[in-house]
Design a protein around this ligand. Structure first.
Ligand code: DX5
Ligand code: ZN
Length: 238
């Protein structure tokens, strides 16, 4: 019998929101958000500087939904405690910044945080697979990290398929997240490939009515939930 897919989740990325009205925007989409994705950039790992713990604290006061902090920072180990204190629920670190992420995971767990691993487009997903048993989230990036509003890189879909197969093979409770350039169309392609969580900044907060946009994503997720996983074909990607 074909494996049944878990219901997908929408994670609006606050990077796409009007920062002058951040709390208001978050509350607007809260009922449609399974969690909020918070893009933290330090100006080193990626050129921009975006959100730090001060803003995470403000988000914490604005919503009771989980806050997932995507740390696009060079030295995640040194930063995690500040995010935990600010009210983050989980931290995602980049394999490119933490090639040996065990210490980062241990620190995050000791602070009661969930943990995840992100792979940038040039990084083979196979590099992340040895850590699947240690993480809650595997984030396959479908744009190069650093900016919202970029175009989805469809060549990343085989990485999602490969990760899905490994997660299913191990019977693991890992959320497979797709992050970057997600629209209703590219989101569909990612769900087809086996993603569980859609991160979306521009396609939610960049729309005139973010709540309606988030609702459309959930309609898509509901329509596709609990369907047999598609057959997989082709050679395994690196
Ligand atoms: C990019 C970030 C993404 C970004 C997504 O570095 O990790 O989470 O906010 O933005 P959109 O959905 O506009 O591609
Ligand atoms: Zn992100």
């Amino acid at each position: 019998m074909a494996a049944m897919r878990r219901a997908g989740k929408l994670a609006p990325s606050v990077l796409g929101a009007d920062f002058g009205r951040l709390a208001e925007r978050v509350r607007q989409v809260e009922s449609e958000a399974a969690l909020f994705h918070v893009d933290v950039m330090d100006g080193h790992f990626v050129p921009p500087i975006t959100i730090g713990p001060v803003v995470v604290r403000a988000l914490r006061a604005a919503t009771s939904r989980p806050l997932e902090c995507h740390l696009m920072v060079e030295r995640p180990l040194e930063q995690i405690e500040q995010f935990a204190e600010a009210g983050a629920d989980s931290v995602l670190v980049h394999l490119e910044a933490a090639p040996d992420p065990g210490a980062v995971f241990a620190k995050a767990r000791s602070l009661g945080l969930g943990v995840g691993l992100c792979v940038s487009p040039p990084t083979p997903v196979t590099d992340a697979l040895p850590f699947l048993e240690s993480i809650d989230v595997l984030n396959v990036m479908t744009v190069n990290p650093g900016w919202a509003g970029q175009t989805f890189i469809a060549e990343m879909l085989p990485k999602i398929r490969r990760a899905r197969a490994e997660i299913d093979r191990g019977g693991l409770a890992v959320d497979l997240t797709v992050d970057g350039g997600v629209t209703l169309d590219t989101g569909c392609a990612a769900l087809d490939a086996g993603a569980d969580v859609l991160v979306a900044a521009t396609s939610v907060f960049g729309r005139p009515d973010p709540a309606a946009a988030a609702r459309e994503f959930n309609e898509l997720l509901r329509a596709r939930g609990e369907r047999p996983s598609p057959a997989r074909s082709g050679p395994p990607p690196r």
